[in-house]
Design a protein around this ligand. Structure first.
Ligand code: GLA
Length: 667
């Protein structure tokens, strides 16, 4: 039996009724209905309430909550409640508590205080999930499972006894023989050779740089350790309820977890997005690029935004509210980029605890007097009008090669310079975003058949198979843009010698002899065609082997040498960017690359107007989002159809009000 995926646009949020007297629940469901809420995530932090002592269970309150929601036609994404173990667990079994690299044991009183490799935690979590699954498997309100919550959000690694044992087991499975581990970790260096498995530790605080391959393997292990927990819960739920889809909430560009390895283990992608309202311009791209990364994990179905804030959060030093219109705009951006759900943390703002100043759909003030609730209600009504969008997909012709292993490796210590991998990928994505050219995120070793252009920033760690894949993509007629510090090391983080990036030399038609990473603030110039632009951060010193120079450095001891190149290979072309160009330079380069790849924007719009398209078998949906405070006229090109929010026919052009959105259904 296949899980039944959600088929409508979901609207709602985390609901924590255990924080409130049951009399408040009646007002909750009344307001949920008034707001058009159709799904809530229930009981995420309710373990202590469900199991107040090791031997005692209390499901009465949850039974009543589930029944009340079912009676009111509100579906439940039911939590497995394993994210915050109750105090009794670690009081009796202190070994569940996580340990930092410095050997500090993290204590109770907050949340997520468990080691992912703790056998005791696993046993008790499994028992809890079994109980919940058995009790609610046939409940009419149950529509999906919400496993744990934001795995690894606060607790990103553990060095305790169980984790050390599990790390050794993981290494044994990977390397089989200790000799293979010694070879992979390069332990001939600094007298690090291991003579017995028991000598191998997690990378704890050490006098100087730890072994980089050990650190890289520990990151891989940690992602797998959390994934093993997820799998454990998922197996219980699948056995109990094969038709109920399950998910866990991801966090976008979250480094500790290789979400690409996780994606096959969930039925739909759910994620949490909290761009800072302080910088709205940055926030609009932060939302978009996060949606693109998350959507790409399961491109054949819409994702769900599981959490965002209606207004302020509580966890930044200064927490600005979202001004009127921003919450709506950001919510409709979710739909624009392939999401079918707009959910929030949390339904009702708490009055006690660390998150009492985090906004909710229902604030501390009466709903009837609340600006935020008025916007929530209005958005709920609009989502009903947008119902036809549900299930439609996003199809793009540009891919951005992005790999968690490359991310982990390039940001390990003792590198020539500092590369912020996610920021570099996002900076390149931003150009496409601002030009209304849709981008998917892919693994460099995955099928690239759907794409005309692949952008591959800083693939420092590049397995040979991925290099072959990128080369074949170009040979078949694709356009590739690779950047500095790519293809430097293999999976073990060993340099591939012979002129960097050895495995991409053929396709790029060049090799890199040296590099000059620049300190913050230092700049060089680049002559690009007839123009002079600036560059910073990094300068590769290239030798051409068939590639043609498009731009040359103007300063430093390598003035005159190439900075940007193009090489024909097979039926396609490979570009190389050896430095970080300023905005004008990036425009020159990407403008040319996009022309060569024959990739066109969805629509050319005035600055600040985002345009995207979703497609179903019957329709296309053009989304236009005006992120500016000015009424803006947009020419529609050939697009013509019905505006879903107003019912009006749109053709030729339309005027978007400040922060305005339209969705045009095109037959
Ligand atoms: C995360 C968590 C929620 C809540 C919000 C606050 O996303 O999943 O439980 O703490 O942050 O923004």
């Amino acid at each position: 039996m296949k899980p039944k995926l959600p088929t409508k646009l979901l609207y709602g949020g985390d609901y924590n009724p255990e924080q409130w007297p049951e009399s408040v629940w009646l007002e909750d469901v009344r307001l949920m209905r008034a707001a058009g809420v159709n799904m809530i995530s229930l009981g995420i932090f309710s373990w202590a309430k469900l199991q107040p002592t090791e031997k005692r269970w209390d499901f009465g309150w949850l039974d009543r909550g589930m029944d009340l929601l079912a009676k009111n036609n509100i579906s439940v994404c039911l939590a497995t409640a394993t994210a915050s173990p109750p105090p009794w667990l670690s009081t009796k079994y202190p070994e569940v508590l996580p340990v930092t690299a410095d050997g500090v044991t993290l204590q109770i009183g907050s949340r997520q205080q468990y080691s992912p490799s703790s056998r005791v935690y696993q046993k008790f979590a499994a028992a809890l999930v079994r109980k919940i699954a058995a009790r609610y498997r046939r409940h009419p309100a149950l529509a999906a499972w919400h496993i744990n919550n934001e795995y690894a959000c606060h607790l990103q690694e553990c060095h305790g006894a169980d984790s050390t044992r599990a790390f050794r087991d993981w290494l044994r499975t990977k390397y089989r023989a200790l000799a293979a581990l010694n070879a992979a970790w390069g332990t001939a260096f600094w007298s690090q050779a291991y003579g017995a498995w028991d000598e191998v530790l997690t990378p704890r605080r050490a006098p100087y740089h730890s072994n980089p391959t050990q650190c890289l393997d520990f990151k891989r292990f940690t992602s797998d350790a959390f994934l093993a927990l997820h799998r454990m819960e998922a197996a219980i739920l699948r056995a109990a309820t094969p038709a109920i889809p399950l998910t866990t909430n991801f966090m976008g560009f979250f480094k500790p977890l290789d979400y690409r390895a996780w994606a096959p283990e969930i039925d739909f992608v759910a994620w949490d997005s909290y761009p800072d309202p302080v910088d709205e311009k940055a926030a609009r791209h932060a939302g978009a690029v996060g949606h693109d990364l998350m959507r790409s994990l399961k491109p054949d179905r819409p994702f769900v935004l599981m959490e965002q804030a209606t207004s302020a959060v509580n966890w930044r030093p200064v927490n600005l509210p979202k001004r009127p219109g921003i919450m709506r705009l950001q919510s409709l951006q979710v739909l624009a980029r392939g999401g079918d759900g707009v959910m929030f943390f949390q339904w009702r703002a708490s009055i006690a605890g660390a998150e009492k100043f985090h906004s909710g759909l229902v604030q501390h003030v009466p709903a009837a007097a609340s600006r935020v609730f008025a916007e929530v209600k209005a958005l709920g009504a609009e989502l009903k009008k947008l119902a036809p969008v549900a299930g439609s997909l996003v199809h793009n012709r540009v891919a951005l090669a992005f790999d968690w292993h490359a991310w982990w490796a390039v940001e390990l210590e003792s590198k020539p310079g500092r590369i912020d991998y996610a920021a570099w990928a996002q900076a390149l994505h931003r150009w496409f975003y601002e030009h209304n050219i849709g981008v998917d995120f892919v693994h460099p070793g995955s099928s690239l058949a759907a794409y005309d252009l692949v952008v591959a920033p800083a693939l420092y760690l590049l397995p040979a198979k991925s290099a072959v894949n990128l080369t074949a993509f170009v040979a078949r007629g694709g356009t590739l843009l690779a950047t500095y510090f790519s293809g430097i090391v293999d999976e073990h983080e060993h340099v591939v010698p012979g002129g960097y990036p050895a495995l991409l030399r053929e396709v790029l038609g060049l090799w890199v002899e040296e590099w000059a990473p620049y300190p913050e603030g230092r700049k060089n110039g680049v002559r690009f065609g007839g123009r002079k632009v600036t560059c910073d951060h990094w300068c590769d010193l290239l030798h051409l082997e068939g590639a043609q120079a498009l731009a040359n450095y103007t300063g430093d001891f390598f003035a005159g040498r190439p900075a940007v190149t193009r090489h024909s290979h097979g039926r396609g072309a490979a570009y190389y960017l050896g430095t970080r160009l300023d905005a004008a330079g990036l425009d020159l380069l990407l403008g040319r690359v996009v022309r060569e790849a024959k990739v066109a924007p969805v629509l050319r719009t005035p600055a600040g107007v985002e345009a995207t398209v979703r497609e179903s078998t019957k329709h296309r949906f053009l989304f236009l989002l005006n992120h500016t405070d000015k009424a803006t006229k947009v020419s529609l090109g050939g697009y013509r159809g019905r505006e879903l929010l107003t019912g009006k026919i749109a053709s030729r052009s339309l005027l978007l009000p400040p922060l305005g959105v339209t969705v045009i259904q095109i037959p």
